[in-house]
Design a protein around this ligand. Structure first.
Ligand code: ADP
Ligand code: MG
Length: 395
């Protein structure tokens, strides 16, 4: 069922609680990358332009003890937000209490307020992270409506997302709406042909995704470190490549179940060491005993490019090789290029490292959608219901 969005809400004069993802890197009190704050602006702007009072909640890092609070205040985030919005933003250094309530009661329509790091509530019994019902109820009591724009935490039921949503009319913000539309859409009603490209380090990380997509995708192209567990299942020699021996039987089952649908690499860039300057060799099929497979080879790039032709939906999760080392980034670049050249295809990246790879390799604007939530997008691709999404009111 479709979820309500911020545009479905009557915001005028309302106290609008917004769960954003302001979990930005901060070093010595300075924000080193403000992408996430910038990404939240469309929803915040929409709310204040429509007469709402924007009351923002976010977590920042992990907080388990009093000492952990050091450097985890949202105060610098509020200051940066004020610069980006070009208007005053008030910050309240507490997550509950008289000061917060007073500050909210004094807000005028169009004002913006940032509440202190929601994880400060984790020190005494993990109230935020365990979705303490009293805390969710209390936060909800501070507002009239709730907008959830934090996809990155949607796979967790916390007080600041699910807790508040359980007590107020709610809606998805623009970022959340985009994630639901693209990742949810690809999984539930993909335009065909639908090709999934799965890589990364381990089969065990991706089993859920493979099992969910095996019935839904028309083809699954496998690359990255998990290739070798599948090679092992086929009886190939994999040399020193990473392999999960306890997953070989599962790989065999998947290959039998999806005969013709799963497409494995036909050649491998190998080296003796995990080193950018190590001499490389390309091997088709078996890998010599003293070598390790670190990227897909040129024939595989060609094969995957051909398999992608005509695709209308592409979901990519997991790099094709050890892209962090330029010597072993060619496979990932090749797949990025093949996807970038597709016409009329909806192309989606889910997965933290894959998103980082595409951005680092210069393909950020070549995809229809790059998910902002690593863990959340993985669980979405596994077909799991995300509590943060589920808790948003239906249209
Ligand atoms: P994502 O975050 O996109 O879901 P993963 O976390 O599953 O991706 O995998 C990313 C990691 O997989 C990268 O750090 C990359 O170096 C590693 N990787 C890819 N191919 C190989 C390989 N052949 N051997 C070892 N590690 C690999
Ligand atoms: Mg990862």
């Amino acid at each position: 069922m479709a979820k309500r969005t911020v545009e479905d809400l009557d915001l005028n004069g309302k106290k609008v609680l917004i769960r954003v993802d302001f979990n930005v890197p901060i070093k010595d009190g300075k924000i080193t990358n403000d992408n996430r704050i910038v990404a939240a602006l469309p929803t915040i702007n929409y709310v204040i332009e429509h007469g709402g009072k924007a009351i923002l909640f976010s977590h920042l890092g992990r907080v388990k003890t009093e000492e952990d609070k050091e450097g985890k205040s949202l105060q610098p985030v509020a200051a940066r937000l004020s610069e980006l919005l070009d208007k005053p933003v008030s910050f309240v250094p507490e997550t509950r209490g008289a000061e917060l309530e007073k500050a909210i009661s004094e807000m005028k329509d169009g004002d913006v307020l940032v509440v202190e790091n929601t994880r400060f509530e984790d020190i005494d019994g993990k109230k935020e992270s365990k979705n303490d019902p009293e805390l969710g109820k209390y936060w909800a009591s501070l507002g009239d409506v709730f907008v959830n724009d934090a996809f990155g935490t949607a796979h967790r039921a916390h007080a600041s997302n699910v807790g508040i949503a359980s007590n107020l009319p709610s809606a998805a913000g623009y970022l959340m709406e985009k994630e639901i539309k693209f990742i949810g859409g690809a999984v539930d009603e993909p335009k065909r042909p639908f090709v999934a490209i799965l890589g990364g380090a381990k089969v065990s990380d991706k089993i859920g995704v493979i099992e969910n997509l095996i019935d839904k995708a028309d083809k699954i192209l496998i690359g990255g470190g998990m290739t070798y567990t599948f090679y092992k299942a086929q009886g190939k020699n994999i040399g020193k490549s990473i392999c999960e021996l306890d997953k070989v039987d599962l790989a065999k089952e998947l290959l039998e179940k999806a005969a013709g649908k799963i497409i494995l690499p036909v050649d491998t860039v190998c080296a003796a060491d995990f080193d950018n300057d190590a001499p490389t060799e390309i091997h088709e099929g078996n890998i010599p005993d003293d070598l390790e497979g670190l990227d897909i080879g040129p024939k595989t790039i060609e094969l995957f490019t051909k398999e992608l032709q005509g695709a209308k939906t592409v979901v990519w999760n997991g790099p094709m090789g050890v892209f962090e080392l330029p010597t072993f980034a060619k496979g990932t670049i090749g797949v990025c290029e093949a996807i970038a050249n597709l016409k009329d295809a909806t192309t989606i990246i889910g997965g933290g490292d894959s998103a980082a790879a595409a951005i680092q390799l210069g393909f950020a604007d070549k995809f229809t959608h790059i998910s902002t939530g690593g863990g959340a997008s993985l669980e979405y691709l596994e077909g799991k219901k995300l509590p943060g999404v589920e808790s948003i009111s239906d249209k």
